[in-house]
Design a protein around this ligand. Structure first.
Ligand SMILES: NC(=O)c1ccc[n+]([C@@H]2O[C@H](COP(=O)([O-])OP(=O)(O)OC[C@H]3O[C@@H](n4cnc5c(N)ncnc54)[C@H](OP(=O)(O)O)[C@@H]3O)[C@@H](O)[C@H]2O)c1
Length: 342
């Protein structure tokens, strides 16, 4: 090959390498590693049902995400996305783009499967749907057990945790953890469980900064994964909520300093607080935008400026479960009606 050809080839390789971002990894307490950014795959709730992917839209998003450098995918039995995520992962493995061990696949046990003996069947179902032979991180979605008809069950979350310990022992899942647990519930899990949870997935964004729970988790060497990272920045359920918007002047000023968008600043704010954001997008431009956050870092005073938006506002607040003995959040005066039952 002529010298000019070599230069062109080198430039092309360089371009290809630059387009796939390298996401750093964090070490979990069981020695395994988790990518510091994941892709959320909850597609929303409409007409009393979880929105399903149409015409393999989600599969195609995951294919694109893998090309862009995403390696960590967040799913749950209730999202109905395990199948298309697994399909895309297997396609990229077959293409030789990634190996299974490069991918970190999280999924979650739904509340109606909380009896110890139901957990193995739920994991086998997730494996069958995804076409994968193990799950990287398996989470108890809520500490709340429900019967099949969504009435409250009396299954204690420690019984459910024994089921997660079983699937861990069987090697069907590599690591186990919980989601939507409060500090007291986490403490009880640490005291009474045989296997320590490696991760806690909770809502974290500028309006709910979760200082105390994050500090507690860190003191116990538990990784925190932050869901709904954009909070009030994005439109939700068709209406605007109070709280900082995408053009908030405090966020815009920080974004301009680094040549980033305000969405990127908020994701970086989570990363700089050692929280793993799992933003959801099905838009190719935003997929690229959300992963391009590892070439800058916020100053401490910028982190504090964003912390000041805190108002302990949750967007995931299933107050229709608030009379359940293991409801993890504060009670509200006018609880919502249960969309799963009504
Ligand atoms: N454990 C739990 O109980 C729990 C609860 C809620 C969520 N989660 C997990 O966390 C993930 C993320 O949470 P989420 O989906 O509630 O909220 P989110 O990721 O904060 O927000 C998603 C919304 O932001 C938009 N968006 C994405 N990137 C953007 C950007 N750069 N600029 C402007 N808008 C952008 C998306 O629209 P487009 O798709 O059109 O880009 C979508 O409407 C979920 O998908 C799920 O995996 C877990």
């Amino acid at each position: 090959m002529e010298a000019s050809g070599v230069v062109v080839l080198l430039l092309l390789c360089h371009g290809a390498m630059r387009s796939a971002a390298a996401v750093p990894k964090l070490k979990m307490s069981d020695g395994r590693e988790i990518p510091a950014l994941g892709l959320g795959t909850y597609l929303g709730f409409d007409k009393n049902a979880v929105v399903a992917s149409k015409d393999k839209e989600l599969r195609d998003v995951i294919l694109k995400a893998i090309d862009l450098g995403y390696r960590h995918f967040d799913s749950a039995s209730i999202y109905n996305t395990e199948d298309e995520i697994g399909e895309a992962i297997n396609m990229k493995i077959e293409e030789g783009v990634v190996k299974r061990e490069d991918i970190f696949f999280t999924t979650k046990l739904w509340n109606t499967k909380h009896k110890r003996e139901e957990v193995v069947a739920a994991v086998r179902d997730a494996l069958e749907k995804s076409g994968l032979d193990y799950i990287d991180l398996y989470l108890m979605h809520w500490p709340i057990g429900l019967n099949a008809d969504y009435s409250f069950s009396d299954v204690d979350f420690m019984e459910t945790w024994r089921g997660l310990e079983d699937v861990h022992k069987l090697g069907l899942v590599k690591s186990i953890g919980v989601s939507n647990f409060n500090k007291e519930q986490l403490q009880r899990l640490l005291e009474e469980g045989s296997v320590r949870p490696v991760a806690l997935q909770i809502e974290v964004h500028p309006q709910i900064i979760q200082e105390e729970l994050i500090n507690f988790a860190r003191s116990e060497n538990i990784i925190v994964v932050g869901y709904s990272p954009f909070g009030s920045l994005v439109m939700r359920y068709g209406k605007q909520f109070p709280g900082p918007k995408i053009d908030d002047p405090v966020l815009v000023e920080i974004a301009q300093k680094y040549g980033k968008t305000t969405a990127q600043v908020v994701l970086r704010w989570l990363v700089d607080r050692n929280v793993i954001p799992i933003p959801k997008t099905v838009n190719p431009k935003r997929l690229q935008e959300n992963i391009s956050i590892f070439d800058f870092k916020l100053e401490q005073d910028e982190i504090e400026k964003i912390n000041r938006f805190n108002s302990n506002k949750r967007y995931t607040e299933p107050s229709f479960w608030q009379t359940h003995p293991h409801y993890p959040f504060e009670q509200v005066e006018n609880p919502l009606s249960d969309p799963f039952r009504d």
